[in-house]
Design a protein around this ligand. Structure first.
Ligand code: UT7
Length: 376
C-alpha cells in the first residue's frame, strides 16, 4: 500500500504588521471589540504578490524535504487570491521553482483550499498517479478587501505556507478525510466584484462588496467542523484522547474553542495563531502546521487533526498520522525583498485606489509577471 508522507514544510509570512489600533484609524472599531469577539490582535499585509509568497514557502518546503524541484510531479495552489486567472497561479509557482515536470492546479474552495488540496494530492499519490507533490495554502486578501466594511476588514490577513508530499510505504500522512460542502448557506459568504458574473459592470479590481453573515457562518462552521472531526476519527478508530494536536482553520478564537470542546480535546492540544495573523483563509492551517513543527509541538508518530471551513460553505477534517521526522533535512536561503512601507501605509494606498507601493492603477500597465521577475 502506498501512502503520502508529509516530508517538507515551509511558510512565508510578509513582515508588515497591521494592528487593531491601525484599523481604528480609519474604521469605527476598537482593539477591545476585535480582541474580545475574535481573539485577533494583529494580521499581516503583503508587499509582494501571492505567487512570490507561495514560491518562497515552496522553496523552504522543498529544502526541508531534501527534494529537488525537478522531481516534483504536481503543484497545487490552494486559495482564493490569484495574481491572474489565466495563466493560473500554480503555473507561475511551477516556473519560479523550476519544477519543469510538474502539473499545475489552482484549487479554490476558499478557506479549506489547502486542506482540500492536501486530500487531493494524497489521493493522487496513493493511487500511484504521481509520487511527489507541493501543496500550497496562500492568500493576498489585502488587495481586494473592502476596507470600508468593519464587519470584514478587521478579520483577514495575508500569508502563505506549503508542504511537500512524497510516496511512502509507511502508513503516514493523511490517513482519513471528510470533505463536504454546506451549499445551502453559500450566500452567507460572498465577495461581490470577482468573476464573469460581473463582466461589463465597470468594476475595478479590488472594488469588492462582501456579503458576510458572521453569526450564521459561525454556527455552521462549528457544526460542520465538529461533525467532520467526529466522523473522521470514528471511521479510523481513533479516540479523541489519542489525538496529540489539533491544527484548525483560524477564523475566530471562539470558533476554535467550540470545535475543540465538541471534539472533547483540551485547548492545550490546539494550535492557535489567530491572535497574530488573523484569518488568512487558505493559509491558516499550513502556517499553523509549520509553526507547530518549529515549536517542537508535533511528535513523531502522533495523530494530528485538521478541521477547516470556508466560503461555499466548504468544510473538512483531515486525520494525519505524522511520520518519524519532525525536523528539516535542509534550509533554503529564499527570502522576501525588504518591505519599505508600514502595513497601514500599504492599506491606505489600496484604499486610495493605488497599489500597496503607492503607484496609481492608471500608471501600472500590469503587475510584474513572474517571468519578468525571474529574468531580473
Ligand atoms: O473563514 C471563514 C470566514 N468567516 C468567519 O469566520 C465568520 C465567523 N463569524 C464570526 O467570527 C463572528 O460572527 C464575527 C467576529 C464576524 C462577529 O462577531 P459577533 O459576536 O457575531 O458580532 P455581531 O455580528 O453580532 O455584531 C455585534 C455588533 C453589531 O452592532 P449592533 O448591531 O449590535 O449595534 C455590529 O455592527 O458589533 C458590531 N460590529 C463591530 N463593532 C466594532 C461588527 N463589526 C465590528 C467591528 N468593530 N469591527
Amino acid at each position: 500500500m502506498t501512502y503520502a508522507a508529509i516530508t517538507g514544510w515551509g511558510a512565508c509570512m510578509p513582515p508588515a504588521v497591521l494592528t487593531n489600533d491601525d484599523l481604528s484609524t480609519f474604521l469605527d472599531t476598537s482593539d477591545e471589540w476585535i480582541t474580545s469577539r475574535t481573539g485577533m490582535s494583529e494580521r499581516r499585509v503583503s508587499h509582494v504578490s501571492a505567487i512570490e509568497m507561495s514560491t518562497i514557502a515552496s522553496k523552504r518546503a522543498l529544502a526541508c524535504a531534501g527534494l529537488d524541484a525537478a522531481d516534483v510531479d504536481l503543484v497545487i495552489y490552494g486559495g482564493v487570491s490569484n495574481d491572474e486567472l489565466c495563466p493560473n497561479s500554480a503555473s507561475g509557482v511551477q516556473l519560479a521553482l523550476g519544477a519543469t515536470r510538474a502539473a499545475a492546479i489552482d484549487l479554490n474552495t476558499a478557506c479549506t483550499s489547502f486542506c482540500y488540496g492536501l486530500a487531493t494530492a494524497t489521493a493522487m499519490i496513493r493511487t500511484g498517479m504521481i509520487r511527489n507533490a507541493v501543496v500550497i495554502g496562500v492568500e493576498l486578501i489585502s488587495r481586494y478587501m473592502d476596507w470600508s466594511n468593519r464587519n470584514v476588514a478587521v478579520l483577514f490577513g495575508d500569508g502563505a505556507a506549503a508542504v511537500v508530499l512524497q510516496a511512502s510505504e509507511r502508513a503516514e500522512g493523511v490517513i482519513g478525510s471528510v470533505i463536504g460542502c454546506d451549499a445551502e448557506a453559500r450566500q452567507t459568504l460572498r465577495v461581490r466584484g470577482f468573476g464573469c458574473g460581473y463582466a461589463g459592470q465597470g468594476i475595478t479590481f479590488g472594488d469588492t462588496i462582501w456579503d458576510f453573515d458572521g453569526q450564521v457562518i459561525f454556527k455552521r462552521a462549528v457544526k460542520a467542523m465538529s461533525e467532520a472531526s467526529t466522523r473522521v476519527l470514528a471511521e479510523h478508530g481513533v479516540a479523541a484522547e489519542e489525538v496529540s494536536l489539533v491544527i484548525p482553520h483560524q477564523a475566530n478564537l471562539r470558533i476554535i474553542e467550540s470545535v475543540a470542546k465538541h471534539a472533547g480535546i483540551p485547548m492545550e492540544k490546539v494550535i492557535v495563531t489567530v491572535q497574530k495573523y488573523g484569518n488568512m483563509s487558505a493559509a491558516t492551517v499550513p502556517v499553523a502546521l509549520v509553526e507547530a513543527l518549529e515549536a517542537g509541538r508535533v511528535s513523531p508518530g502522533s495523530w494530528v487533526l485538521m478541521p477547516a471551513f470556508g466560503g461555499g460553505l466548504t468544510y473538512c477534517s483531515l486525520l494525519v498520522k505524522w511520520g518519524e521526522r519532525v525536523t528539516p533535512l535542509g534550509t533554503s536561503d529564499a527570502a522576501l525583498p525588504p518591505c519599505e512601507k508600514t502595513a497601514l501605509e500599504m492599506v491606505n494606498a489600496i484604499r486610495a485606489g493605488q497599489d500597496p507601493h503607492g503607484r496609481s492603477r492608471e500608471g501600472l500597465m500590469a503587475p510584474r509577471f513572474v517571468e519578468e521577475r525571474l529574468a531580473g
